[in-house]
Design a binder for this molecule. Structure first.
Ligand code: NAD
Length: 279
């Protein structure tokens, strides 16, 4: 066993060409771009999504295979892991990317809504790690990439549900990284800023946020966002260099640096300001 300064044995040597990657939410946006980029690096890609047609399209485009699975269902994920291991081969890369959005002040978020987003965004990531982790840990090779968000460290008054799930993913990833360090399994969290994908169509607008003006303004904002390719590149680099946390997009990078630099009193004031999304 190495000490805390010794690099992961596979660091820089995880052979993409002999890798099999499972990407969840691979039918759209960041997941699809990641699947394409991994395939471009010679990785065999398993595209997983709730949506059968989009999963099949990505699988076709990467010359891989697709499975229709709800990542929030632990049993389905366990079955998926066993199937992929026996039907495709040993999984070395797991990208827990599937996720949805929600905007609304806390008291406008019902318990059902809260559990809905928590089950997909946070528990979906845990389910992936619980299902595929035992195989990676047993073989002592692999890399897990979990999709957090810039909102995982940047609080917003109207996104407590989404921010909480993403902060959970970020903290979980850092804990798991330390846990699996001696197993030679790397763990990275990616924190994208605003990315131009279909996520707004899978976002619940609640309470006073649920109106045409808000929907149109948010759609406009995301249309100006970065290409999902920016995040796909961050995913590849996180695996190649075994990075702990990787912000993707300039606003996410600035937020990450400021988070580490600014005293809490300034962060608190900023979060309440209108400019930063305060109500
Ligand atoms: P997207 O809507 O374009 O793609 C998400 C994909 O996940 C869809 O194909 C959808 O069918 C699938 N999916 C949703 N729930 C699922 C489930 N339970 N099981 C299986 N598949 C499921 O969105 P995106 O922007 O590409 O989002 C991907 C990830 O990136 C999410 O976790 C999101 O929170 C995160 N993210 C996105 C942004 C952004 O600005 N778009 C920013 C930060 C983080």
């Amino acid at each position: 066993m190495g000490n805390i300064f010794s690099p992961r044995k596979g660091l820089g040597t995880l052979d993409f060409k002999n890798s099999i990657a499972v990407v969840t939410g691979a039918g759209s946006g960041i997941g699809r771009a990641t699947a394409l980029r991994l395939a471009g690096n010679g990785v065999t890609v398993v595209a997983v999504d709730l949506n059968q047609d989009s999963a099949a399209k990505t699988a076709h485009d990467v010359n891989g295979v697709s499975y229709v699975v709800d990542t929030s269902d632990a049993k389905q994920m366990e079955t998926l892991a066993n199937k992929v291991e026996s039907e495709v081969g040993p999984v070395t890369i797991l990208v827990n990317n599937a996720g949805v959005g929600m905007t609304g002040r806390f008291l406008d978020v019902s318990l059902d809504d809260w559990l809905w987003i928590q089950n997909i965004n946070l528990n979906g990531v845990l389910n992936g790690c619980r299902a595929f982790g035992p195989y990676m840990v047993k073989r002592k090779v692999g890399h897990v990439v979990n999709m957090s968000s810039g909102l995982g460290y940047f609080p917003r008054a109207t996104e407590s549900s989404y921010c909480t799930t993403k902060a959970g993913v970020l903290m979980f990833s850092q804990c798991l990284r330390a846990d699996w360090f001696k197993e030679n399994v790397g763990v990275s969290a990616i924190c994208p800023g605003v990315i131009n994908t279909n996520i707004i169509n899978a976002t619940k607008f609640l309470g006073e946020r649920n109106n045409e003006r808000e929907l149109t303004a948010t759609k406009k904002l995301f249309a100006k966002g970065h290409s999902p390719e920016v995040v796909a590149k961050a995913v590849i680099n996180s695996i190649r260099y075994n990075r702990a946390v990787v912000p993707a997009g300039v606003e996410a990078s600035i937020g990450w640096v400021l988070k580490g630099m600014l005293p809490m009193v300034v962060q608190d004031l900023a979060t309440r300001s209108k400019f930063m999304g305060g109500v």
